[in-house]
Design a protein around this ligand. Structure first.
Ligand code: PMV
Length: 321
């Protein structure tokens, strides 16, 4: 087996950094409360160029920089030794789509800022990226940022796979492990209804604090564990069943809507399974299409009004170019 990727080396300005978005296959929301999660880094990335500048700007605009909570939080924690940071950002990830646009931005930015301070190993970069995202969002788990840092398939809070690192926030710890990529194609489709991750996470947290919350969390846990085992066994039909079961739980905690249900219906025609991916209440779905049906599923989802992509997991995590 190949060794895991090395750290991010020291570099001087100007520099370019990039990181992938992510697709959650099982366990979103429950992972915030310590449940298992399976996700992979997408082959859709955010690219950043960092330059020294008189003022801090994003794509030439100070207002854009001031309106970006992730940039503010990153600079508060890891300010570079320059008067201002001129940032150019290009991304293929739709914003607010649940496909990890903020995690990719944060991971690329943290990689760049860390390189200016002498470089960083990947475990520390995963911790830094999570602290920036959680600092800006106020809630959440380190799944998204770990995928953007590590690339490939990851499983959190489970015994499956080989240990990569742990990420902490106060007394909470999430274990992050590498699981092998079975090499399948997936389809993700953005409903074009942007969502607010913080709002969705808070709403589901309230639901999980009702008397039946622990039992519900237990069902999330069982579905994700079964799904992770099925993926490792490369059992497509079983993965499809776990996708459907996970979707029923996401319905139960109130993050589905009619738009997402329509897309799930469209994807179901030629897929082993499909579900919401990410926080829901808008955002995206993921489907595991039958081999050979990927483009048709993508086209049908586009005709139904979504922005759809055939994707494969990207082995490349955050990196300097
Ligand atoms: O950022 P989103 O919308 O993909 O949601 C991330 C997944 C959650 O489990 C809902 C939150 C989290 O931080 O893990």
């Amino acid at each position: 087996m190949n060794p895991e990727p090395e750290g991010i080396a020291a570099a001087a300005l100007p520099l370019s950094a990039s990181a992938p978005g992510k697709c959650i296959v099982f366990g979103e929301h429950a992972v915030v409360h310590g449940g298992p999660e399976l996700l992979f880094a997408l082959d859709l990335r955010t690219h950043l160029v960092l330059r020294a500048s008189a003022a801090t700007t994003v794509n030439g605009r100070t207002e854009t920089a001031e309106a970006n909570p992730y940039l503010k939080e990153a600079l508060r924690r890891f300010a570079p030794p320059v008067p201002g940071l001129g940032l150019t950002a290009i991304s293929r990830l739709p914003r607010g789509s649940g496909l990890g646009s903020s995690a990719a931005f944060v991971a690329a930015l943290a990689a760049g800022l860390s390189a200016l301070r002498g470089g960083v190993d990947r475990a520390s970069l995963a911790q830094r990226a999570f602290e920036i995202e959680r600092g800006a969002q106020g809630v959440g788990s380190p799944g998204d940022t770990s995928a953007a840092v590590a690339g490939g398939f990851l499983a959190l809070n489970t015994v499956h796979g080989t240990p990569l690192w742990e990420v902490t926030a106060g007394a909470e710890t999430w274990t992050v492990r590498r699981v092998p990529d079975p090499g399948w194609n997936w389809v993700v489709a953005y409903s074009k209804v942007p969502h607010d991750t913080g709002r969705a996470v808070r709403s589901v947290s309230e639901r999980l604090h009702r008397p039946d919350g622990p039992a519900l969390l237990g069902r999330f846990r069982d579905v994700a564990e079964a799904g992770i085992a099925a993926l490792i066994a490369e059992d497509r039909a079983a993965v499809g069943r776990s996708l459907a079961e996970n979707e029923r739980l996401l319905e139960e905690v109130g993050v589905a809507n009619d738009r997402l249900r329509t897309l799930l219906g469209v994807a179901a025609e030629e897929s082993a399974g499909a579900k919401i991916t990410g926080a829901g209440m808008g955002g995206s779905i993921v489907a595991l299409p039958e081999p050979g049906a990927e483009s048709r599923v993508r086209q049908r989802l586009e005709r139904a009004g979504a922005e759809a992509f055939v994707v494969r997991p990207s082995a490349d995590g955050a990196r300097l170019l």
